[in-house]
Design a protein around this ligand. Sequence first.
Ligand code: KG4
Ligand code: ZN
Length: 334
Amino acid sequence: MKVLGIETSCDETGVAVYDTEAGLRAHALYSQVALHAEYGGVVPELASRDHVRKLLPLIRQTLAESGMAVDELDGVAYTAGPGLVGALLVGAGVARALAWALDVPAVAVHHMEGHLLAPLMEGDPQDRPAPPFVALLVSGGHTQLVAVDAIGRYRLLGETLDDAAGEAFDKTAKLMGLPYPGGPQLAALAVEGRAGAFRFPRPMTNRPGLDFSFSGLKTQVLLAWRDSDRSDATRADIARAFEDAVVDTLAIKCERALDEAGCDTLVVAGGVGANARLREKLHTMAAARGGRVCFPRPAFCTDNGAMIAFAGALRLQAGQHEDASVKVTPRWDM
Ligand code: KG4
Ligand code: ZN
């Protein structure tokens, strides 16, 4: 089964073709980062318009790279939510129209399910994680721990009560004057910082439960930065202390979630999953308990069309697709 995947939930236009026999055939991504940079964040109307401009050329490019003709497709998967409503409607409209024209099914994919399944998409089939496992979803909009009993059967174990981990990275970067998008820049700066020069709390780790809270950490950074000499070296030290606090907090809660779920396998996905220190810390934690942790390659941690094509292919294989209405769900529990 060959499925075209379309991702337009936020500021990346992602397109891919996933083949259930041959694996990922092609993928392409267009990032709108430069478009939104001068505003310091994503401007929804500009995002929608840019998806309109980029989506069809990107579909043509991806199909050409896959070596397939459009009529070889068996289905079209698209992100139906959660996300920005205008941006979602661009992908949904194009996906529906294409599916109708080709007389193949269209399938609506939950963006976070796409992230969650991304670590299962590539690599040696014998080595890929299989349920049951625990998933840590850490993106700009979500921070969740999920028990995956089977594909399609998810139980929320814990989530953030305020900022998502990626949002905390972005806001912290902004308050120390780093340009948008701040998360990856803050992580790059942290590499130059000294461990232990500053220390921030590990929020909500000294009480039971699997929920998170990252907004207080941002305030701690603000106070430390305001009272500092504001030199480049200090900024790097603070970035390092902030990253260590987030990474430790995530690792503590992941270990607790594995204990509670009685699982050995942790799967990590979403943009913050690209963070090198988080990857290293979780590998160490999992190895120490005789378990393992699986990540997608860094490029598939952040938003992409491949995870949507893959999730759509699994849903179509399970016999799921919908009627011809165009419907998106900007707020949607998984
Ligand atoms: O999954 P994603 O691409 O989009 C959402 O669905 O939100 O995640 C984007 C988030 C942003 O907040 C970004 O700052 C964060 O992931 N991020 C990182 C890194 N790369 C992306 N955070 C920390 N370290 C990174 N290397
Ligand atoms: Zn995402």
